[in-house]
Every structure is written in structure tokens, then in C-alpha cells.
Design a protein. Structure first.
Length: 441
């Protein structure tokens, strides 16, 4: 048995006990404590349910304290950006809608705005098509935030809010299905406008949703905001101040929860957002609680925007007038509910040979986009979603690259996690709201 000049020691049923009379405690125990400097590496994921998709976190732990955290991505890689180079410009909408699968309308709209800028037809987009884009994006923002609330609640032990969040999201997905024909992966927003008009039945459903949703938000707050466990797991947890956010390029609710009211709908407006009345919610603390508060407030602001968009819906076309760009063309469904009606085919055939040729080339080859490159950014549910599109003058993109907020925001995870408890990695990571389909595009 070793002895110490500063502490007497004796054995007990619970191990060796030191009676310290002076000196450095770390020096005293380092010679006898077998795990004094021991750290372990823990792999969290890539199948862990708390990582919002197939994300792998490599955590170096000292006890329950995280000393180092690293994010590993790529498990959901689909090569969407590369695939765009082998499809025409309209077909690109079908690919990009699958990236951030919780915000498909935003993926489509950013892509369409970039293609329209390259074509030089931004000012030709009809008022009704622009209003529909705003309507669909804000509904999509609500549904995305509901999924965040549901999954984060589940990860912190609030099972009820998980059920309620997905329940309300179903209303929005039902609206999307009524308008686009699909719950997800819509390919609805296309260069030149939108694929089809909003039916009257969808307008009725949206108004019913707007009437119902405020009561549901109040229920969420009654369940969580005053709940001791929820507040303990979120307040002063995973703090990232505005300086850290700006240094790392963090945008969206995470940045606004640190006090900076940066929202591209206000600071760099698009789709006529400058003509709408809405506020940009912020919170001063930069913690998980602040991100929760900001996202709930954003749902309320999106509801205001949806209502304004509904009031602005005026009769009119939803696609540009130029038939060399507009797709889909004017179609009529046959009696079997699948193919074109014979009357419609006869009308196309009987108009002129030139119009038939243009229609055939538009469908099979696609339109040509003048050479050039653009960058277009919009405010998605997770932050700045940017599209860098390059054309070489052909019918297919030369290059399309997305500035995906989930990918950029993940840089904040080590800054939030290191020095904290392993349990807070879950809360901090969830508060970033990463969607791995966007990261691994």
C-alpha cells in the first residue's frame, strides 16, 4: 500500500478512504484511482432513434461529461445533385423534393426560383402562382415544426406531444394531397409556376385547419411549458450565443433563438413576402428552451401568412404564358381517369403542326436555359436554403448545388455538446432539427 504525505488512508467496505490534510487532491488520487484519466468512446448511431435520421455521433466521454463530439454523415447519400445533371430542368423538381423530406415545397420553390432567374422570367410568374407558393411554403413550415416538436418531445420523454404533433401534421398532409395528389415528394412547384391550381375543397380544408390549430398550440404549451422535467431538460441546455451562430454560419430558428432577427423573408424578400404582414420571433437565451419558443411562435406567424395568402387568391393562370416553357401543358383526363381525352388529343392535333412539335420537344427534351449561373436563397424551416444553379445553355443543368441548412447547422453540435452531459446531447442535437436527407443529398 502506498502512503501519502498529505492524507492518511484506510480501507472500508466501500473502498479506500482518504483523510485530506493538505496538498493537491488530483495529485493524491492519481496514483490510486484506476479510472482517473480514463475516457471512453461511444458511438451514438447511426441507427439511434434520437438522431433525427441516420446520423452518427462519436462521443468521447469522461464519466457522463462529453469531452469531444464529432458528427459523421453520409449514411443517407442519394446523389440527388449529381442526378440533376442527367435530367431536364423540369424533371429536376422531382429530385429536389426528396432531399429535405420534411420541407419538400421549399426545395422545389428554391429550385424553381433559380431556374426562372436563369431564364429571365422571374417577373412573368403569375400572381396566383406566387401566392400559391407562399401558401404552400407556410403550410409546409407549420408541418415541419410540428414534426420537430413531436420528435423532440419523444426524445425527452414527452410521449403525448409526439402523438399530438403527428396528429396535427396529418391535417396538412391531407391538404397537400388534395392540392398536389401526394402527401410528400410532390414536384408541385415547377419552373414557370405550379403544376396545377388549388381546388376549392382545399381552400375549405385550409380554413378549417386555421380555425382548429390555435387551440392545439395552446394545448402543447399547457403540456410542456410549465412541466418541470421539460424546463429542466431545455433551459440553459446546449447554449449557443449569437456570436457562435454567426461564426458557424448557423441560420433559421437556432440563430433567431440567440436574439438575431435574421429572416430572409424580411431581409432579402422573395415571392412578394415584403407585402405580407408578419413578425420575426426571437429569444435572447440561445438554448433549447429558446428554440422551442421560437418555433411555436413561428407556427403562429405562418398561420397569419396562410390566411393572408388565402385572401389574395384571385382567379388566374398558375403557369407562365410561354408555351415553350410552361409544363405541364394544358391537359384533359380521359374517361378512364388515366390517359388524355380523345377530344383533347384532337384539339392538340388540329391546332397546328408547329404547336404539336413544340409540345413534343417540351415533353421529351425540355426547354433550353441560357448560359449563366445564379444563387437564390429562401427561408426554409431550418434556415437559409440556397440554390447555386449553373447552365451551359442546354436542356439539362450543368451543375446544381444546395446550401442546405441542416448540413451547415450540424457544425454547431460539438460547440453545444462538449463540456455538457451526454443526456444533453440529445436535447441539443434535436434542437438543431437536422434532416439527414438534406445533409446527404
Amino acid at each position: 500500500m502506498t502512503t501519502s504525505n498529505y492524507a492518511s488512508e484506510h480501507e472500508t467496505d466501500e473502498g479506500r478512504v482518504f483523510t485530506v490534510t493538505g496538498g493537491d487532491w488530483d495529485t493524491i488520487v492519481s496514483g490510486t484511482d484506476p479510472i482517473n484519466d480514463e475516457r471512453i468512446i461511444v458511438n451514438m448511431g447511426p441507427q439511434h432513434p434520437s438522431t433525427h435520421g441516420v446520423l452518427r455521433l462519436i462521443l468521447e466521454l469522461e464519466g457522463e461529461t462529453v469531452r469531444e463530439a464529432r458528427s459523421v454523415i453520409g449514411y443517407l447519400h442519394t446523389g440527388i445533385e449529381k442526378n440533376l445533371e442527367y435530367r431536364n430542368w423540369v424533371q429536376g423538381s422531382t429530385f429536389v423534393t426528396r432531399m429535405d423530406y420534411l420541407a419538400p415545397i421549399f426545395n422545389e420553390t428554391a429550385y424553381a426560383l433559380a431556374v426562372e432567374k436563369l431564364l429571365g422570367i422571374t417577373d412573368d410568374i403569375t400572381e396566383r402562382a406566387t401566392t400559391i407558393r407562399v401558401l404552400m411554403m407556410e403550410l409546409n413550415r407549420i408541418s415541419s415544426h410540428l414534426v420537430w416538436l413531436a420528435t423532440t418531445g419523444m426524445e425527452l420523454g414527452a410521449i403525448s406531444i409526439m402523438l399530438y404533433g403527428f396528429r396535427e401534421r396529418e391535417y396538412i398532409l391531407d391538404i397537400f394531397e388534395t392540392i398536389t395528389g401526394l402527401r410528400m415528394n410532390h414536384a408541385y412547384v415547377r419552373p414557370g409556376g405550379v403544376a396545377q391550381d388549388v381546388p376549392d375543397d382545399a381552400v375549405r380544408k385550409i380554413r378549417e385547419f386555421l380555425k382548429m390549430m390555435p387551440k392545439k398550440l395552446k394545448e402543447y404549451e399547457d403540456l410542456l411549458s410549465g412541466q418541470p422535467i421539460w424546463t429542466e431538460r431545455t433551459k440553459n441546455v446546449a447554449v449557443l450565443d449569437v456570436t457562435g451562430c454567426v461564426a458557424l454560419g448557423i441560420t433559421g430558428p437556432v440563430l433567431r433563438s440567440a436574439g438575431l432577427a435574421w429572416d430572409l423573408r424580411k431581409t432579402m424578400p422573395y415571392c412578394g413576402y415584403e407585402t405580407y404582414e408578419f413578425d420575426v420571433p426571437t429569444h435572447p437565451d440561445g438554448d433549447v428552451w429558446g428554440r422551442y419558443q421560437v418555433r411555436l411562435a413561428e407556427i403562429r406567424e405562418s398561420m397569419k401568412l396562410v390566411e393572408q395568402a388565402l385572401d389574395r387568391l384571385r382567379p388566374g393562370p398558375v403557369m407562365v404564358a410561354d408555351r415553350k416553357i410552361a409544363w405541364p401543358a394544358q391537359l384533359a383526363i380521359g374517361v378512364d381517369g388515366m390517359g388524355n381525352s380523345l377530344e383533347h388529343v384532337a384539339k392538340i392535333m388540329g391546332q397546328s403542326m408547329e404547336s404539336l412539335i413544340h409540345h413534343f420537344k417540351l415533353v421529351t427534351e425540355g426547354f433550353r436555359v441560357p448560359p449563366g449561373q445564379v444563387y437564390v436563397a429562401i427561408e426554409a424551416p431550418r434556415g437559409e436554403l440556397g440554390v447555386h444553379a449553373v447552365s451551359d445553355g442546354g436542356t439539362r443543368p450543368y451543375r446544381v448545388h444546395y446550401r442546405e441548412p441542416s448540413f451547415v447547422n450540424l457544425q454547431a453540435l460539438p460547440a453545444m455538446a462538449e463540456g455538457g452531459l451526454i443526456a444533453d446531447v440529445i436535447a441539443g442535437g434535436a434542437s438543431l432539427d437536422p434532416v439527414m436527407g438534406g445533409c446527404d443529398r
